[in-house]
Design a protein around this ligand. Structure first.
Ligand code: PNS
Length: 157
């Protein structure tokens, strides 16, 4: 079974990477799908985010990385994927995630959302936290893959 792991990944964190690594144990293939959202001003372009994720998932043969625009369920259907994979960190994630899963279900009955509990080590971690810390010169190397930490340092230097 193919799973799509959709998200903004601006930037990808060690929490995301943990979900990807556990996802490939469960699914035949995991397609990490970076949303190219014209309404948001990301830190990194979609192309750069794809490159960053490809780099830090090189060791995972069953991972593909791509970007997309539009509806996630349409992207899933295009790739014959029946599963959307999402990580759940804390209770506050649940409301947004459940709303999203229900919305997607109204758009496509065939696509199921599967949640993985985020490793508790990363339950506090988000891409926006990483950006905020980096902006004020704090350490981020324990929060994001090495190549991403380097890109962020260059960005803010
Ligand atoms: O990493 P994020 O920002 O929490 O990911 C959110 C994402 C990309 C999964 C969600 O916004 C999404 O699926 N957007 C695509 C548009 C869509 O399908 N909307 C309907 C479901 S809410």
């Amino acid at each position: 079974m193919i799973a799509i792991y959709p998200g903004s990944f601006d930037p990808v964190t060690l929490g995301h990477l943990d979900i990807i690594e556990r996802g490939v144990i469960l699914f035949e293939k995991v397609i990490v799908a970076v949303l190219c959202n014209p309404n948001k001003q990301p830190l990194f372009t979609a192309e750069k985010r794809v490159e960053q994720i490809r780099h830090c998932t090189q060791h995972l043969a069953k991972v593909e990385v791509d970007s997309f625009t539009g509806l996630t369920v349409d992207y899933a259907k295009l790739h014959k994927a029946r599963v959307l994979l999402r990580g759940l960190r804390v209770l506050s994630d649940f409301e947004k995630e459940l709303q999203m899963a229900h919305t997607n279900k109204t758009l496509s009955k065939e696509v199921e959302t599967v949640f993985l509990a985020t490793n508790k080590e990363y339950s506090f971690l988000s891409s926006s936290t990483v950006k905020e810390i980096a902006q004020f010169g704090g350490a981020i190397s324990h929060l994001v893959p090495e190549n991403v930490a380097r890109d962020i340092r260059i960005h803010y230097s």
